[in-house]
Design a protein around this ligand. Sequence first.
Ligand code: SF4
Length: 463
Amino acid sequence: MSSSTSFPTELITKYGLAGPRYTSYPTALQFHEGFDAEAYRRHVQFSNDELIPRPLSLYVHLPFCRSLCYYCGCNKKVTRNESLAGVYLQHLEREIEMQGRMFDPDREVIQLHFGGGTPTYHDDAQLQDLIGQLSRHFFLSRAENREFSIEIDPRTVDNERIVRLADMGFNRVSMGIQDFDPAVQKAVNRVQDEESTLGLIAAAREASFKSVSVDLIYGLPLQTAESFETTIESLLTARPNRISVYNYAHLPNLFRAQRMINTEEVPAPEVRLQLLDSTITKLVDAGYVYIGMDHFALPDDELCIAMNEGTLQRNFQGYSTCRTTDLVGVGVSAIGKVGDSFVQNRKDIHDWQADIDHGDLPVWRGIGLSGEDRLRRGIISAIMCQGHVSFGEFERKYGIEFSDHFALEVESLKPLQDDGLIEMDEQTLDVTPTGVLLLRAIAMKFDEYLLKDAKGKSYSKVI
Ligand code: SF4
């Protein structure tokens, strides 16, 4: 997208309906409890038995936080009682051992992500111990191009600690900022010093982290276009490699924490559009490339390179450059992706611990993909990651006639074509620069489950 792209307010209003983020397809709403631990074991075995088994990604969920951010919709446990976290880590060790036994020991882990909650809730000794357990039960890559990342809360990490995290082997870091404005910070109960956060970005770079990624949120209470511009201008002085600017979805009926937010202070839709407009303009003018789905990156960042080379992937953390892997999720509520299946652990911490105490894998639910799911997953991924769908490629791979198989979908895309979100002919679909802002709305046309029911109402809005 170029900075000259004018902001399509009307189209965003028209197509900014509720929709999934497509970090997976089918989405988690389709996971079911009929997919149990036995089904998961079978899929792992199939994946081990492949001629060339895929390398692994590991996701470790660390749900503890010291205080509650009112906008939060994550699976987290807010407590200052550190003994609870100790009990959690003991159970995690047993799950890591159980899962590690299932995968062939020569399957290399090329991507590791500690997510939360707040992984840096735990002290260095605990994190180091966790890495030690992972390396005992999985083959952690030592290659230069491995991606080992950790989410940090700048309120729990100082410049010395970031160096220690690098020494542990992490080479990518993402940190939550959300907004530097003190009034907004107070309204969402996340007060975090601007100067030390900016200093931490610089310290991470000095500590040789290959990529520093930060999260902002627009649509928070008391935000104005001007105040958010000030936050962005300040952040740009630190020039992080990647910036994600998420849309705050105010869903207090779904997320209890959000009931602490004064609904009257949440920006009106027209202000949210201004926030988005000025954010895109500022970041693009500053040289960032809009990847899609709220993600911006510097042109020399691996995400941009992967986008240009057509190798960008989408996973539960957003966009990724890693070649195709099987994803092993450990910890409460963690999601895995092995072969043609998704699996999710129990989301209640007590249920998760009880399963492990019984020596059982703490599987809650999942889904094995049908051929139709795989076909549609491929198309949705092509839209979200490459902005380009070659119909012939899917015809050859799946033995279909695209125009017959997707007659309804192609018809339903025509208004989007007329509105300039896509260009489409007999053989290809291409997302336009305007369409990049509305990727979800385009991808949703190929979501068979949305076509079947009206569950879209339980998603956040596209913008
Ligand atoms: S936003 Fe992050 S730090 Fe805040 S409560 Fe949620 S998980 Fe914890």
